[in-house]
Design a protein around this ligand. Sequence first.
Ligand code: B1M
Length: 210
Amino acid sequence: MELKEIYEGVVSGNAKKVADDVQAALDAGVPAEKILKEALIPGMAEVGARFERNEYFVPEMLISARAMQYGLNKLKPLLAASGVEPVGKVVIGTVKGDLHDIGKNLVAMMLEGAGFEIIDLGVDAAPEKFVDAAKKGAQVVAMSALLTTTMPGMKTTIDALKEAGIRDKVKVMIGGAPVTQAYADQIGADGYAPDASSAARKAKELVGAA
Ligand code: B1M
C-alpha cells in the first residue's frame, strides 16, 4: 500500500478510501506512526495550503477532516495502547470559540498511549469547563487552539484557574499550529509542545514521570 494513496485520499476527502488504505497499510506492516507522519498529517497540511490559495473552501476542509478522522480511528488502538499503569490525569480540550479537533484528538491519543487517563472536553471548551474538570483531580490542563483569534482563550483559562484557587495544583500545557513557546512563556503556561509525540513527552515531564 502506497502512503501516497492515503495522502491523496485525505486531500480529496475520500473517507472510505482512507480507512481502507490505512487498514491495508497496517496489514502490510507499515508502522502507525509512519502512516500518521508521512501520509495523514502531510495530507491535511496540503488541504490547509489549498485553503490559503483559495482553491479549497470550508466544505472541502470539512470533508478532508472527516477523511483524516477515519484514518485516525484505524490508528487509535495502536497509538493509544500503552498497557502501563496510569501516570496521571489530563483534562484536554480545544479552547472556546475554536472547532478544530483533529490535532487535539491526536494529542489525546498519544497521551493515552503514554499512560495518562484522559478527560476530553471536546471543542469550544469554555474556561469554566477546564476549571470544573481540573477540580476533579487532573494534574495537567491541556489546551489546543488553531486560530490566532482563539489563542487568548488559553490565557483566560489560566486566569480562571487562578481565580478558582487551583492554578498551583495543576500544570498547564498548550499547543496548536499558531501557538509557540514564546506565547506559552508570555501567558504563564508550564509547557508547550509543537506536536502530539512531544506533547506526550512534555506531559510526563510536567508530572515528574519522564
Ligand atoms: Co480551519 N483554519 N478554519 N477548519 N483549518 C486553519 C487552522 C487555518 C490555518 C487554514 C489556513 O488559513 N491555512 C486557518 C487559521 C488562520 C489563523 O487563525 N491564523 C483556519 C481558518 C481561518 C478557519 C475558519 C475561520 C474558516 C472560515 O470559516 N472562514 C473556520 C473557523 C471555525 C472555528 O474553529 N470557529 C475553520 C474551520 C475549519 C473546519 C471546521 C472546516 C476544519 C476543522 C475540522 C475539525 O478539526 N474537525 C478546518 C481545518 C481542517 C483546518 C486545517 C486545514 C487543518 C487543521 C488540522 O486538522 N491539521 C487548518 C490548516 C492547517 O493547519 N494547515 C485550518 C492537522 C492536525 C494534525 O494538525 O491541528 O496543527 P494540528 O495539530 C498538531 C499540532 O498543532 C499539535 O499537535 C498536533 C499533531 O501533531 N497540537 C498540540 C495541537 N494541539 C495541541 C495541544 C498540545 C500540544 C500540541 O498541548 C495541549
